[in-house]
Design a binder for this molecule. Sequence first.
Ligand SMILES: [Zn+2]
Ligand SMILES: [Zn+2]
Length: 248
Amino acid sequence: MKCNFTYAHYGYILKNAKESYEFITYNNIASLNDSKKIILLRHDIDMDIFNALDMARIENELGIKSTYFIFLRSPFYNIFDADVKKIINEIIDRDHEIGLHFDETSYENLSFNSFEKTIKNEAEVLNKEFGVDVKVVSFHRPSDSTKENKIKLKNFKSTYDPIFFKQIKYLSDSRQFWKFGCPCRLIAEGERKLQILVHPVWWGIEDMPREKRLNAFVNKIKDKSFSGFTNHTDFIKTEKDIRKIREA
Ligand SMILES: [Zn+2]
Ligand SMILES: [Zn+2]
């Protein structure tokens, strides 16, 4: 199958992975000093919460659990909006875990000491609103010291924690580009441990280059803002749609 950024290919990647990998989450990572094949699958939802739901449905249909990192400060969705709330609740109902996507640059002069408290404040918003217990954080636009893991959090795991990197190959679709190749290739090659970051905004039913995908996203958001989210038709929502992807 040709590699692209369609849901069909996403389903294909996961379906193949499922045959020989165990999907684990940040909260149930055991020792990695073994030869077990594992995948940590994560989504930073910077922009497209709607595509996130599509992915949550595809994964859940395949019996796969992943972690959705919700961004409280996204300019593109509002977690208090009734339709967005419904989406996040369905992601939770579909057995996925919720993490916090945290933007340290949205605070002025955030000191090392106030990091933990600030993350806790944001996590508590999610906890209260969705009845979850957020224990893991991913950083949006991380500073160098964050990347180098200089900030030690007591009560939260960070996706930059060495444990998630040292023995695990990290793949990300940042800017709609897989730097180390599409995960389907690494899976076929039998890479034993993978952390895969997928940004829902780059994906869809049809394959589209980055600019076109962003334009389509902007139009979608515009339409939804004016007509209400419930009227839109571009969700994959029926069992039939999901089956098609599963069988692609
Ligand atoms: Zn591929
Ligand atoms: Zn981000």
